[in-house]
Design a protein around this ligand. Structure first.
Ligand code: KIV
Length: 272
């Protein structure tokens, strides 16, 4: 089937809801810096997520928990300086919104004011409803995130598929409905059975963007460094690699090292 595609000069939260209504799939990728964001935006991506996966990908932490609000603002402002067209969603990091809706609002305001981001993403359902409501009341668009929520990794114990059992699947469906009712403009569903993800996407008017959630949702998101093959040690089933940059960049670095050592670089044409 050929892709349905309306031309958008700028993607807004309204555009992505419209895309779902028109049957156009939404493409989302992560970026954490100016150069990558420029390439991703110019390629025509709909949404850039400044994910707290920066904690893993950029800083080398084992989990997303250590990244701070200041660090997220630094990454998001670098991305904002690069983009011309896409919508930018910024993750609220762990510890900046759970259990305290006033703190949640002040964290979201700092993201919007200091980075210029267009919206924020929070992990969780009913338990963070008050925080979501307060953030929305300030006019800040919110994207939800359910299923595997990496900020709760120590509660889950593993990064395995969520909601395979009836009880968790029922809670997921209720939480997804609640996030729509509260006023979230979209929702990420991470690592859940594709049948369940499809059912949830079909029951909502806001777009559901999946990562490891199958083909029945309204869009897809991947971590850019993973889909480019830079992080070769990470190989979940849902990850499609479009390049093998770990190998290609490694070869380029080896060639450079050889050229320097062998005095081939710089040559006569590369001198002043
Ligand atoms: O932080 C992130 O990159 C994310 C995606 C995996 C959805 O939340």
């Amino acid at each position: 089937m050929s892709a349905i595609k309306k031309e958008y000069k700028r993607i807004t939260t309204k555009s992505v809801v419209e895309m779902k209504a028109n049957g156009e799939k939404i493409a989302m990728l992560t970026a954490y810096d100016y150069t990558m964001a420029k390439i991703v935006d110019h390629a025509g991506i709909d949404i850039i997520l400044v994910g707290d996966s920066a904690s893993n990908v950029m800083a080398g932490h084992e989990t997303t928990l250590p990244i701070t609000l200041d660090q997220m603002i630094y990454h998001a402002s670098s991305v904002i300086r690069a983009i011309e067209r896409c919508l930018v969603v910024v993750d609220l990091p762990f510890g900046t919104y759970q259990g305290n809706s006033k703190l949640a609002l002040s964290s979201a305001i700092r993201i919007m004011k200091e980075s210029g981001g267009h919206s924020v993403k929070l992990e969780g359902g009913e338990e963070i409803a008050e925080s979501i409501t307060r953030i929305l009341s300030a006019g800040i668009p919110v994207m939800g995130h359910l299923g595997l929520t990496p900020q709760s990794i120590y509660k889950f114990g593993t990064y395995t598929v969520r909601a395979k059992e009836e009880e968790e699947a029922e809670k997921l469906k209720k939480d997804a409905k609640l996030l729509e009712e509260l006023g979230c403009f979209a929702l990420v569903l991470e690592k859940v059975p594709s049948k369940l993800a499809k059912e949830i996407a079909e029951s909502l008017t806001i777009p559901v963007i999946g990562i490891g959630a199958g083909d029945g949702v309204d869009g897809q998101v991947l971590v850019t460094h993973d889909m480019l093959g830079m992080t070769h040690e990470f190989s979940p089933r849902f990850l499609r690699r479009y390049l093998d940059l770990y190998v290609e960049m490694g070869d380029a670095f080896k060639n450079y090292i050889n050229d320097v050592k062998s005095r081939d670089f710089p040559n006569k044409e590369e001198l002043y």
